[in-house]
Design a protein around this ligand. Structure first.
Ligand SMILES: NC(=O)c1ccc[n+]([C@@H]2O[C@H](COP(=O)([O-])OP(=O)(O)OC[C@H]3O[C@@H](n4cnc5c(N)ncnc54)[C@H](OP(=O)(O)O)[C@@H]3O)[C@@H](O)[C@H]2O)c1
Length: 295
């Protein structure tokens, strides 16, 4: 079994992104990322802090906008429009979940698709579906594809089973892996909560990607000997032996599956570090595309 080290791979990708940033700066261009947080959800606050800190470490122009949880939708829309017009900002990320008075869809639709570094705007979803290379693609699926590429795992002709059909992970991942070319050309099956006879579907996978949000859902007997397993899940389970009283586990029962797998990602340290690396890479991509569109 080969452990796919997302931390080490993300460090390599980050080094390449930093080099691109240095090149842009030599030409007087500084990538700019704005992260907007509404409310005080502790997990969201931690994510936003991490994204803001990382973008500063990358030498980006970084803006963190924190709004009270009773912020009206109109006010958030006004801020999004302002960021859309701001030439120093190339990427805008509005952290979800948003409080109930705000319609998340309206906020996504209000984003300039060229600055939508989360890749949620329908223009980017459409571009991804069409295989348009200018698409801004959601960071976690992009990170999964890069993990496979960087680990030398061939997707061409492989049967990939993606467990989960969310707009955040499962669907965009399926589009990426079925695209023509390197990192794609896979035969993709998407499975979800209504899939019949799930174990036989997962056992048919050369590459199994679990993104369902259920701790240790994928058991040893559901995985074919020699399969590659990517675990996207991040689930908190009680563990009173830790100082926090919980630990993070994936959607895959690692101890059962790892001995059968050709390669597998751990949780934490697999897909997680790739997500933030891809956010930085997407911001640089948005910045470069903005410069190119003005030339
Ligand atoms: N590593 C990272 O950076 C990162 C980033 C994003 C998400 N995540 C993690 O990835 C996991 C999935 O996130 P998400 O946002 O995609 O979740 P989500 O929106 O809740 O979607 C879960 C998907 O899993 C399917 N599902 C649920 N229970 C199932 C079952 N028993 N059998 C088969 N399919 C089942 C659901 O099917 P239906 O559509 O039929 O309901 C749905 O399509 C979570 O643990 C999340 O924390 C990690």
């Amino acid at each position: 079994m080969n452990l796919i080290d997302g931390k080490a791979i993300s460090h390599r990708i980050n080094a390449a992104t930093r080099e691109t940033v240095a090149g842009l700066k030599q030409n007087g261009v500084v990538p700019g990322l704005a992260v907007v947080l509404v409310g005080d959800n502790p997990a969201s606050m931690a994510y936003v802090r991490n994204k803001d800190r990382t973008s500063q470490e990358f030498g980006f122009h970084s803006e963190k906008i924190e709004l009270p949880k009773d912020t009206p939708q109109d006010e958030l829309l006004r801020i999004v429009h302002q960021l859309n017009r701001d030439p120093s900002i190339h990427g805008i990320l509005v952290q979800s979940p948003l409080p109930p008075q705000i319609d998340e869809r309206s906020i996504v639709l209000a984003l300039d698709p060229a600055k939508d570094v989360d890749g949620f705007h329908p223009v980017n979803v459409g571009k991804l579906a069409m295989g348009d290379p200018t698409a801004l693609v959601p960071c976690t699926p992009l990170g999964c594809q890069r993990l496979l590429l960087e680990s030398g795992i061939e997707t061409e002709g492989a049967h990939v089973v993606v467990l989960g059909r969310s707009m955040l992970v499962g669907r965009p991942l399926a589009f990426l892996l079925m695209q023509k070319g390197k990192g794609g050309d896979a035969t993709v099956t998407i499975a979800h909560s209504k899939t019949r006879n799930l174990p036989s579907v997962t056992r048919s996978a050369d590459i199994l990607i679990a993104a369902i949000g259920r701790p240790h859902f994928v058991r040893g007997e559901q995985v074919r000997e020699g399969a590659v397993v990517i675990d996207v899940g991040i689930n908190r389970v009680d563990d009173h032996t830790t100082s926090k009283g919980y630990k993070l586990v994936g959607d895959v029962a690692f101890d059962e599956v790892a001995p059968k797998a050709r390669a597998i990602t751990p949780v934490p340290g697999g897909v997680g570090p790739m997500t933030i690396a891809m956010l930085m890479a997407n911001t640089v991509k948005a910045c470069r595309q903005s410069v190119e569109s003005r030339q």
